[in-house]
Design a protein around this ligand. Structure first.
Ligand SMILES: Cc1ncc(COP(=O)(O)O)c(C=O)c1O
Length: 327
């Protein structure tokens, strides 16, 4: 229902306003709270629906996206799913350019929603399920080629202000409103850094005391200034070994946290078993990082995290093991 008690005019209006849940089982025995925003409940089953809507609506309002113009985007699958929904409903053909290293559930979902999906081979040394910065460079090259060929509008989530604005105008304020402003810290696994940057800006505006931490994969903590000793991690959607992300405002970063693949996966499994929250690798990374904060520097505090996307997007991976299915 919309705020006037009427049905939504389209599923685009059902994006956002996701529930906030306290993870009281996972934090049992620890002092402090983790508040998780269930963004996997968006129509495309990820938080990236928010930026798809904002980027397209901003571009239409500014006149940089013409009626019927094709939209092209480099995506790990989630932004592409959001764009497939938003572009489909607003009458724009959409081309998603994705590395073959991302799980194939995402490609199937995008094409089912009407997108043209262009899959780009990984580098010869890369492994499926592990998209490196080098793999992403190949996807970037193909994206640029397609934008020129189709005279398309590029959604450009790494640079577009709509990415930041989606989280600054909506996700961050929703966290503040739903928690009654009782948040001490926020930690977020960075891909484009848009979720971190937008939420951190909203938090800092509300209270500069809210501490904001960027989460990176162990072995690829390049934003923290470390070398990428092991860039081929398992946490899909981010950790691309970039030393700089245009979305990030350095003044809003209070610190950096590192999460291993094993920690992210174990925590995603705990989220499913203990909290009934069926999410992906990066959501496990966010909650693992929040647990680190409660165990070390912020005992007794309240840490906010995003649950980024659905575990259904990883059914083909070993995040959900066959042994679990037989029980
Ligand atoms: C599953 C998942 N987690 C985390 C991220 C990173 O979010 P952001 O790009 O806002 O930093 C993404 C981005 O695509 C994602 O798809």
């Amino acid at each position: 229902m919309d705020p006037n008690g009427r049905p939504y005019a389209s599923v685009i209006e059902a994006i956002g306003d996701t529930p906030l849940v306290e993870l009281s089982r996972i934090t049992a025995g620890l002092e402090g709270r983790i508040l998780a925003k269930l963004d996997y409940l968006n129509p495309g089953f990820s938080k990236k629906d928010r930026i798809a809507r904002q980027i397209i609506e901003d571009a239409k309002a500014q006149g940089s996206l013409r009626p019927d113009q094709t939209v092209v985007e480099l995506t790990s699958g989630n932004t592409g799913t959001g764009l497939a929904i938003v572009c489909g409903l607003k009458g724009h053909p959409f081309v998603a350019v994705m590395s073959k290293g991302n799980s194939m559930e995402r490609a199937a979902m995008m094409s089912s929603l009407g997108a043209e999906v262009v899959l780009v081979d990984q580098l010869p040394d890369s492994k499926p399920g592990q998209v490196s910065g080098g793999d992403l460079d190949l996807v970037e090259r193909e994206t640029q080629r397609l934008v020129a060929e189709r005279k398309a509008f590029r959604a450009d989530q790494f640079r577009s202000e709509g990415n930041f604005r989606a989280h600054y105008l909506h996700t961050g304020p929703e966290f503040i409103q739903q928690s009654g402003g009782k948040i001490d810290a926020f930690c977020d696994f960075a891909g484009t850094g848009g979720s971190f940057a937008g939420c951190a800006a909203a938090f800092k505006e509300y209270s500069p005391a809210i501490q904001c931490f960027v989460v990176e994969p162990e072995g690829a903590a390049t934003l923290a200034g470390e070398p990428a000793s092991s860039p081929d991690h398992r946490i899909q959607g981010g950790g691309y070994s970039r030393s700089h992300l245009p979305q990030l405002r350095p003044g809003h970063i209070d610190g950096y946290l590192k999460v291993t693949d094993a920690e992210a996966m174990a925590t995603a499994r705990r989220l499913a078993r203990e909290e009934g929250i069926f999410a992906g690798f990066s959501s496990g990374a966010n909650v693992a990082a929040a647990l680190q904060l409660l165990r070390t520097v912020l005992p007794g505090k309240t840490v906010a995290v995003l649950i980024n996307d659905s575990g259904l997007k990883y059914l083909s991976t070993d995040l959900w093991s066959q042994a679990d299915l037989r029980r």
